[in-house]
Design a protein around this ligand. Structure first.
Ligand code: ZN
Length: 82
């Protein structure tokens, strides 16, 4: 496999850094040279693991809501049965 190299300094190590496009107000992630900071690629700010975590939290909230709602329905049913 060919090693990727920075076009400016020849370094072979890179990192992902969050950045904000000032005029557009959009967050992006630069893949950039760890030595000189020259960007070599731009990633969408969307991070799948963060989105999955947010969805899991939402599902937990919905589950809690429906459990409470189920208790509410059970309470009303028992009250009506009296
Ligand atoms: Zn570099």
């Amino acid at each position: 496999m060919v090693q990727s190299t920075c076009v400016k300094c020849g370094n072979t190590r890179f990192e992902v850094r969050e950045n904000l496009l000032a005029r557009q107000g959009i967050k992006v992630q630069f893949v950039q040279c760890i030595r000189c900071g020259t960007p070599v690629s731009v990633l969408d700010h969307y991070v799948p693991s963060a989105a999955l975590k947010a969805n899991a939290e939402l599902l937990e909230e919905m589950d809690d809501y429906f459990r409470q709602d189920d208790q509410f329905v059970t309470s009303i049913t028992s009250m009506l049965a009296r």
